[in-house]
Design a protein around this ligand. Structure first.
Ligand code: 13P
Ligand code: SF4
Length: 319
């Protein structure tokens, strides 16, 4: 505890000395979320993190999250120094969608608009017409469908299938999955609902269709937070990374939150759904990066030029 306090003090001091700002995703350790908030940075979903990084005046940004979030910040602000606590913090969606194979898939469908989830490498984004996050994917695909476009979607198959069900768009899919959300199980969730009949179910759309079908609200991390604040209920079951519970409980101290169950653990699992890559972010990593300049995110300038366009389109659409 004392060591954590000392590390936090060092980070506060280093952020000031380096004129740096901190952005943290809702899934990282509560210490990193609290530090970002109290130092005037941001805790947010991936879309909010991208916009904040682009618009903030600080020349150094510490991004606590996973690699694609740091890369997006760099693509939007190539002149800034983007630091991460651990550059090996990846994402199963990013790892499961290599740029070469993805390029070949796109070449098979030249007539389709290429829509890729933000959870991808800069090289995959460079091949896209649109980048989307879970908080805007539905609206963007709806607009593309209204404009008569057919879609090539990558990489999360559950999110893609959810959007297809909701919009009726003509879509072909890359078959990727988030190893965290893919584990939520409908049978065990039904059982937990019976134990807590008044609880409303909040689900991130990276979860399987049978789990989404049991939801009272489906949405991105920010949409889940909004639903928990605004829904007329005192009890919730949450199917997303359990890093979210910190924020949910802080914002709603009178409400009760249960974790949705994951496979193999039945309805009693208490802390199974946590992204191993988000968990790589720690206080010591932030200190190391700020003190030494290590863990700076670098993106090939040729890729930056091409990946920026589809990200800018998303930011303009959601402005
Ligand atoms: P958000 O876009 O909702 O922040 O989600 C990012 C993510 O990695 C979800 O697993
Ligand atoms: Fe990727 Fe899933 Fe981790 Fe989000 S929770 S960063 S989608 S592996």
């Amino acid at each position: 505890q004392a060591e954590r306090g000392a590390l936090k003090d060092r980070i506060r001091r280093l952020l000031k000395e380096r004129n740096a700002s901190m952005v943290s995703h809702y899934y990282v350790h509560p210490d990193l979320q609290d530090l970002a908030e109290e130092t005037g940075g941001l805790v947010g979903d991936s879309l909010e993190m991208a916009r904040f990084g682009r618009d903030h005046a600080a020349q150094t940004l510490v991004v606590s999250g996973v690699r694609f979030m740091g890369e997006t910040a760099k693509i939007l602000s190539p002149e800034k120094t983007i630091l991460m606590p651990d550059l090996d913090a990846s994402c199963s969606l990013d790892l499961g969608c290599p740029a070469d194979a993805f390029g070949a898939f796109c070449a098979e469908h030249p007539e389709r608009s290429v829509v890729v989830y933000a959870n991808t490498s800069a090289a995959v984004k460079a091949r896209a017409d649109w980048v989307v996050t879970s908080s805007c994917a539905l609206e963007i695909v709806r607009a593309l469908r209204a404009a008569g476009r057919k879609i090539l979607w990558a990489p999360d198959r559950h999110l893609g299938a959810y959007i297809q069900r909701e919009t009726g768009a003509d879509m072909v899919f890359w078959s990727g999955a988030c190893i965290v959300h893919d584990e939520f199980k409908a049978f065990e969730l039904e059982a937990l609902k019976q134990e807590h009949p008044r609880a409303k179910v909040l689900v991130h759309p990276e979860s399987p269709a049978e789990v989404v079908a049991l939801a009272d609200a489906v949405g991105s991390t920010s949409a889940i937070l909004k639903a928990a604040r605004e829904m007329d209920a005192q009890e919730f079951i949450v199917a997303t990374d359990n890093g979210m519970l910190h924020r949910l409980r802080t914002q709603n101290p009178d409400k009760v939150f249960h974790e949705a169950p994951t496979s193999g653990h039945g309805a009693t699992c208490k802390s199974c759904a946590h992204c191993p890559w988000m968990a790589m972010n720690g206080l010591a990593g932030v200190v190391h990066a700020l003190e030494t300049g290590a863990n700076a995110v670098l993106v090939d300038p040729a890729l930056i030029a091409r990946a920026r366009q589809p990200i800018d389109r998303m930011l303009a659409f959601t402005a």
